[in-house]
Design a binder for this molecule. Structure first.
Ligand code: MLT
Ligand code: ZN
Length: 460
């Protein structure tokens, strides 16, 4: 079978884009954290939707499992091979066209492999922006962001990735094309492909093109770091900011240990004295010429708040970027210390403080040698639980953390997806009936179970 498959793949995409050499394959075989890796049979780099369909048909004929990969910034092991050389990695990075932005309606059609940063740049140049933003913007691809239903730092204002998508084109294993671009903002003619594919993690079809709905570019932003005694104080301040500032775009949380670790890594001074036990990052943004008004509005709310221990407010763009480093550098600072177990969870707002306290006790009790770093998108109830110092293959602590989440009414995945990291825990928050329905959808679109097998579901 092998030679036939390779021949067909070469015919589909051209020999230079069928990577067999282990050195060339290597960067597609290990995830960003270093926790997930495997050996691919081959890495294939199609250039358009037609080539994707030809690649999938070749893999179907050879009964070869397929793993779709975008920017390889995923954190749950869903985009890298897991096996010992049987899986074909299909990199969608060459589908990187960014179409012209429609300046009047605010939308753009892009290839799945276009990075978020490139689309942001194209949109901002003509007064628009992408509603989702995240720290991995330079490598994360739009197709990958749809497949994982990415969240990021502006969900509070604009929603998740699925809410930015007007239409998609996706190719099934059999080479069927689902959806079309351009699509229509209103189209109730049957099943909504963007909604079905958002969060499907490459298990149903491969996204090749995305028609994105943009949001107005808001070039004037003000960012504040606010020092607080605890999460209850943060929720009180956050609630006041939400009610009082229609221009609020981000509400992020960090803790003293994570802030200290991050600044040890990036070498910048910590912007707040202490640092305080809990740090809130708030961002407001609006049209050009509004910076002074934003500063006044944010300042007035913070100055009069008895919970606020300290604050640092950025009144120009470069200062805003500096304050964001405290939050966005958490991920690289943590990874620099070793391979983390990354658990991305959502809690009901009322359970956030309880969870943050209980998870510390749980980790200290179960793994006294481990180091826990919490941060996240508190405006969405989303905490990133990072645990350092555990054996990468020992999931006992992960399991206990996710059980705690489930007991408190949360979700075991807020925005990173299930991947292989949490597939065994899916039944904690999804009923048997729901999982059976998900499997039935998968079986309908991928009857041979060749698309990203082992992702989302424990077994096929
Ligand atoms: C973030 O919020 O920075 C990302 O989800 C990445 C991470 O969790 O490390
Ligand atoms: Zn995040």
């Amino acid at each position: 079978m092998g030679d036939d498959l390779l021949e067909r793949l070469r015919a589909a995409v051209g020999a230079p884009h069928v990577l067999e050499d282990p050195d060339l394959r290597a960067r597609y075989e290990t995830d960003w954290t270093g926790r997930w890796s495997g050996r691919a049979r081959v890495v294939v780099r199609p250039a358009d939707a037609g080539q994707v369909a030809a690649v999938l048909q070749a893999c179907l004929a050879a009964d070869a499992p397929v793993i779709a990969q975008g920017g390889n910034t995923g954190l749950v092991g869903g985009g890298v091979p897991r096996g010992d050389g049987t899986e074909v990695v299909v990199s969608l990075a060459r589908l990187d066209t960014v179409g012209p932005v429609d300046v009047s309606s605010g939308d753009v059609i892009v290839g799945a492999g276009a990075t978020l940063a490139r689309v942001q740049e194209a949109a901002r140049a003509v007064g628009w922006d992408v509603g989702v933003d995240l720290a991995a913007r330079d490598s994360a691809t739009i197709g990958g962001m749809v497949a994982t239903n990415a969240g990021g730092v502006h969900v509070l204002r604009y929603g998740e990735m699925v809410e930015q998508v007007i239409g998609v084109v996706a190719v099934t294993m059999a080479g069927e094309v689902l959806g079309h671009v351009p699509a229509l903002r209103k189209d109730n003619s049957g099943y909504h492909w963007p909604a079905l594919l958002a969060g499907s993690e490459g298990t149903l079809a491969l996204v090749t093109d995305v028609h994105l709905k943009l949001v107005p570019n808001l070039p004037d932003r003000v960012v504040a770091l606010v020092g607080l005694a605890d999460l209850d104080a943060l929720l009180a301040v956050g609630g006041r900011l939400r009610r009082g500032l229609p221009s609020l775009r981000a509400l992020e949380v960090m803790f003293a240990d994570g802030v200290a670790l991050t600044h040890e890594h990036n070498g910048l001074p910590i912007p707040l004295p202490g640092p305080p036990p809990v740090v809130l990052l708030a961002e407001v943004a609006d049209a050009a010429g509004t910076r002074a008004t934003l500063l006044d509005a944010l300042g007035a709310l913070l100055d009069g708040d008895p919970h606020v221990l300290s604050s640092a407010v950025a009144d120009d763009e470069s200062a805003a970027q500096r304050l964001w480093r405290t939050r966005e550098d958490h991920t690289v600072a943590i990874n620099a210390l070793g391979i983390p177990h990354k658990l991305d969870v959502t809690l009901p707002t009322a359970a956030l403080a309880r969870f943050a306290a209980d998870v510390r006790v749980l980790v200290t009790t179960m793994a006294p040698e481990a180091r826990l770093v919490l941060f996240g998108h508190v405006g969405d109830g989303n905490l990133h639980v990072n645990i350092l110092g555990l054996d990468p293959d020992d999931v006992t602590v992960d399991r206990a953390v996710l059980e705690l989440v489930a007991r408190l009414g949360g979700s075991i995945s807020a925005e990173h997806g299930i991947g292989v990291a949490k597939r065994a825990e899916l039944p904690l928050t999804r009923t048997p009936g729901e999982i059976a329905a998900m499997r039935a959808i998968k079986a309908a679109l991928d009857p041979h179970a060749l698309l990203n097998p082992g992702v989302i579901f424990a077994t096929e």
